[in-house]
Design a protein around this ligand. Sequence first.
Ligand SMILES: NC(=O)c1ccc[n+]([C@@H]2O[C@H](COP(=O)([O-])OP(=O)(O)OC[C@H]3O[C@@H](n4cnc5c(N)ncnc54)[C@H](O)[C@@H]3O)[C@@H](O)[C@H]2O)c1
Ligand SMILES: [Zn+2]
Length: 354
Amino acid sequence: MITNYIVKREEKTKIVIADNAIRNLYEILNEKSHTNYVIFSDTTTYKLFGEEVKKSLEKLDKPVISYVIEPGEKNKTLSSVEKLISFMIKSNCDRKTALIGLGGGVICDMATFAAGIFYRGINCMLIPTTLLAQVDASIGGKGGVNIGEYKNLVGVIKQPNVVIIDPTTLEKLPKVQITSGMAEIIKMAIAFDKKFFSYLANVKTLNMDVLRKSIEICVTLKMKIIEKDPLEKTHVRTAVNFGHSLGHAIEIISGIPHGFAVAIGMVYAMEVSRKITGLSKKDMELAISVLQKYNLPTTISGLTKENIVEHMKKDKKNFGGNARLVLLESIGHLRVVDKIDKKIIEESLHKVLI
Ligand SMILES: NC(=O)c1ccc[n+]([C@@H]2O[C@H](COP(=O)([O-])OP(=O)(O)OC[C@H]3O[C@@H](n4cnc5c(N)ncnc54)[C@H](O)[C@@H]3O)[C@@H](O)[C@H]2O)c1
Ligand SMILES: [Zn+2]
């Protein structure tokens, strides 16, 4: 007997964007079914917000425990997730435990992954505290870890039950992290929303109001994409990876912040686009000028072409060695292109390598 069954997986995710939301978690969650709460965070983030989050959760009258790791991309590993899960087992967590990721993209990615595999899936709540995590990493349900130099190679797609974005947490964030997050914001504008791009191009001073508005627009844009293609089965979701093929390679080789690497990756993708989709020089220069306006790098020195090409091959999106890139047709319009000529892939690197 051969029968094809279609099993649909519907997931709901509630996203709250509000100043001081971390102090009112009990009101937002208002959920009685959990056995306990595990706050998963890194030392820097926990020092800043851990106690406040804990106090706010304790009002739900369930035990709240914490597991804290050292910050940094180098800790985004299977072994860190295994240690977190061992801690949860020792602490008598069960299927009704809720895991709460409190931190930047590294913590959000690992919390999503751990929640996806512990008992084959428990409730997960994310409280992103970096700009990058608030506009991107906490949205869309991708969780995972790096395997050696292979970024995010192992993971899950599992929508968080709740995402709580409290823009006031950004007041503590170092400027370099704000700049890094701006790259993902500008990415969404260049890729999907010309009007938002013009807004960013005309901003006089980058203040909290600009950040609040940008967070709301980016979350809405990304969730509309996720609703259409939650599991990245089509090119719809792949498009949010604009700038990331080269970006990931640069991030791994040079160690510069994610957003900085993505900014350089976008310039590279635009250079390839000039040759393949006919992106205009005017749009490319406009996009570069906005990246520079927000102090993002658009070139990088000290890296060799060979090293980069080798790393780009490791990108899991380059299926079976076929170079796949998200290209720009014009500001606000993307196209995903497969099997790009190797010569174009390599030659275009000159635009960003100095
Ligand atoms: N899942 C996704 O869709 C997705 C999307 C984009 C990026 N990512 C991932 O996100 C990661 C990068 O995230 P990131 O840039 O947030 O890095 P990060 O998580 O390493 O955070 C950067 C630093 O900021 C500190 N920090 C966090 N909140 C703070 C605050 N409010 N004030 C002061 N310091 C604070 C952290 O301790 C850390 O040292 C990468 O691993 C990337 O792969 C995932
Ligand atoms: Zn990114």
